[in-house]
Design a protein around this ligand. Structure first.
Ligand code: HEM
Length: 284
């Protein structure tokens, strides 16, 4: 029997078990909150928001697994990529379920809202796309589709971008959180266009942190310029100082610097491991 915490040969994998358990954590947390009456006056609306947020978080993590595996020289991480993506899909479907529940299961209203409201149409199309990727993720289908499977699954990139866009449009006045998410997405996509030799090196990572930070500031200012009457140049200028607290672009920069530290740490650990291995191998 196929169980999520074992590999194909049936061997127990602690990493898979840990990821499988953490997939349930937000749902259990929310359920406990609900039971204890802590979910506020509109618990279903809270569930819509919570499930949407966890969907986008798991999709971003699934996008981060390939870079992390290469940067940290940890190929075993790739074994949990499918599970993380499917968890994103499960939260996305739960998001739609709770939305339908919020509309008292009146399917006519749900359908007409999805057709009439642009941000819901985008979310729906994204969810359809993710569902297609989900159903084609069984071992048998992956084998049958061969290289077409990989091609089909590059659709995850525009689909996640659509999810982020949906997140932007549904935000009322403050778009700081979707801007931050968009900045992380930019980092993950920039990494993908780098030559493989650069991805394996160290030197490119500070530049990547800076580029993603600048792009985030640009996205924030463009959003306010296009979607509101706020002066985009003033929004951009706010990023040049810390007087207004940390902005999404600063957080993205910090995330990029943490990545630099991890990459450097991994390389140092690798060298140290190799040289101590050599010393241990010398005849005493
Ligand atoms: C049929 C598809 C979808 C529907 C009907 C839908 C509906 C909604 C609605 C009504 C909200 C606003 C909640 C509120 O402010 O009370 C929302 C927010 C959100 N949705 Fe969706 N959505 C769909 C698909 C998606 C997908 C595929 C994703 C992720 C990839 C997603 C991520 C989010 C996020 C992150 C929020 C913001 C949650 C927050 O307020 O913190 N949605 N969605």
């Amino acid at each position: 029997m196929i169980v999520p915490w074992r590999d194909r040969r049936g061997q127990f994998l602690p990493l898979k078990a840990a990821v499988f358990a953490s997939a349930f954590a937000p749902a259990i947390w929310y359920f406990a909150w609900w039971i204890m009456g802590e979910a506020g006056g509109r618990p279903v609306t809270e569930a819509v928001q919570g499930a949407g947020l966890w969907a986008i978080r798991f999709f971003l993590v699934s996008l981060a697994i390939a870079p992390a595996a290469r940067m940290l020289q940890w190929p075993g991480l790739l074994l949990v990529r499918r599970m993380v993506g499917l968890t994103g899909l499960a939260y996305g479907l739960a998001h739609l379920f709770f939305y339908t529940m919020d509309q008292m299961f009146t399917l006519g209203i749900v359908v007409s809202e999805i057709l009439l409201r642009f941000y819901l149409t985008i979310g729906f199309v994204a969810l359809l796309g993710f569902s297609a990727l989900g159903v084609t993720s069984t071992n048998g289908t992956i084998k049958r589709m061969g290289r077409w499977w990989k091609r089909l699954h590059t659709l995850a990139y525009p689909l996640i971008a659509m999810g982020v866009f949906h997140y932007f449009i549904q935000s009322k006045a403050n778009v700081s959180e979707p801007v931050f998410v968009a900045g992380l997405y930019v980092w993950l996509m920039l990494w993908r266009v780098l030559p493989m030799a650069w991805q394996r090196g160290v030197a490119v990572y500070p530049a990547l942190a800076l580029a993603a930070g600048l792009a985030t500031a640009g996205i924030e200012s463009a959003w306010y310029g296009l979607a509101t009457r706020i002066d985009p140049w003033r929004v951009l200028a706010v990023n040049e100082t810390l007087n207004f607290g940390l902005r999404p672009a600063h957080y993205v920069l910090v995330a990029g610097v943490v990545v630099v530290a991890l990459v450097v740490g991994r390389r140092v650990a690798g060298r140290f491991g190799r040289s101590s291995g050599r010393i241990a191998a010398q005849p005493t």
